[in-house]
Design a protein around this ligand. Structure first.
Ligand SMILES: Cc1cc2nc3c(=O)[nH]c(=O)nc-3n(C[C@H](O)[C@H](O)[C@H](O)COP(=O)(O)O)c2cc1C
Length: 325
């Protein structure tokens, strides 16, 4: 079933999120073959460039005062070139719309030039993946969000392709930030980025790796917010990511106003064939409810100033152990 997202005409609302499943031309070709609407390429990580450079500099003779900067630029160019090459190879292998993804950690202008290069190489849109982990008690959320807006504004004004922003789950008022990003030129938003969450190993008394993969129940973290977000910010195209494991989850995201639903863990669990199953489910569901196009049902559960407690009552007022209800 067709949809539009970031101004792009997509043959399906199921898109493959930035992950190892979009990191080679071969996997992107698999996404296309199984009916995905688009692929968000594995993010290029600014952090990685900085860390690689710092590690090399430590082991080098630092007679060169600016070794760090030099290495950063050198490694950065090499690392960036590989992403441009991936876009070129994927372009040659398939006509699937490609959304390049950049993980930004600094407000440096280096990204602007690079974002343009990705667009020129054939990316139809850009997804910016931004998160600053707060550790400073004096840093106000307003200041952190100002940095988001600064990055988005710089990139969006420099490139001709549409820009969406993949947002973190822990914001006090995601609609306020969305509105600010819209004002800075963003065309879409992704709710949410699911970060690598470390666990604690109580025997070693140390942080340990947690599973990077989601559970289906995590979708419920975002459905209500998606319904409110798409209602108060209809100008931003919404994509839902986290916990989309089957066709029913795609339908839920669309009913809450999303234009696309992104999948990653579902492919890890079931293989690329899950994309086709999801598409088939959406078609069957739409037909059984008498809908001929996605726009006929997208956003049916939007907030629209609905006084229903579903949207605004989030506490478990009626649910306590002795409740009969
Ligand atoms: C192994 C792995 C690598 C990922 N790499 C990226 C990445 O490079 N950039 C990004 O924005 N998200 C990345 N993600 C997050 C996914 O794109 C997605 O937002 C998240 O897994 C939630 O979706 P899911 O429930 O379908 O897995 C990654 C996730 C996994 C599991």
């Amino acid at each position: 079933m067709k949809t539009t997202y970031l101004g792009l005409e997509l043959r399906s609302p199921v898109i493959v999120s930035s992950s190892p499943y979009t990191s080679t031309a071969q996997t992107i070709e698999q996404c296309a073959r199984h009916g995905a609407g688009a692929a968000v390429l594995k993010s290029i990580f600014e952090e990685q460039i900085i860390h690689q450079a710092a590690a090399l500099e430590q082991h080098s003779d630092s007679a060169y005062g600016d070794a760090g900067l030099y290495l950063e630029r050198y490694l950065g160019d090499d690392y960036k070139a590989r992403f441009l090459q991936l876009i070129g190879e994927a372009r040659a292998a398939t006509d699937l719309p490609l959304i390049a993804s950049i993980n930004c950690v600094a407000t440096g202008d280096a990204w602007i030039e690079y974002a343009e290069a990705m667009a020129e190489a054939g990316a139809a849109a850009l997804e910016l993946n931004i998160f600053f982990q707060p550790t400073d008690i004096l840093e106000e959320s307003r200041e952190i969000e100002r940095r988001y807006a600064e990055i988005v504004g710089k990139v969006a004004s420099a490139v001709r392709v549409p820009v969406s922003v993949k947002l973190p789950m822990r914001l006090t008022n995601v609609c306020n930030l969305g509105n600010r990003l819209l004002g800075c030129g963003a065309r879409g938003a992704v709710l949410y980025n699911r970060f690598f969450e470390p666990d604690v190993d109580i025997e070693r008394i140390a942080f340990a790796e947690g599973s990077p993969y989601s559970e289906p129940s995590e979708l419920r973290n975002l459905l209500r917010t998606a319904a409110i977000f798409t209602s108060v910010l209809p100008q931003l195209d919404l994509s839902v990511s986290t916990g989309v494991h089957d066709g029913a989850a795609v339908v839920k995201a669309l009913l809450c106003g999303a234009r696309t639903a992104q999948v990653c863990t579902a492919i890890h669990n079931e293989g690329f064939g899950i994309i086709r199953h999801m598409n088939e489910f959406v078609d069957r569901w739409a037909e059984s409810h008498g809908f001929e196009s996605l726009e006929e049902f997208r956003g049916r559960l939007n907030f629209r100033d609905d006084p229903s407690p579903v949207y605004q009552r989030v506490q478990y007022m009626r649910y306590f152990p002795s409740s009969e209800e």
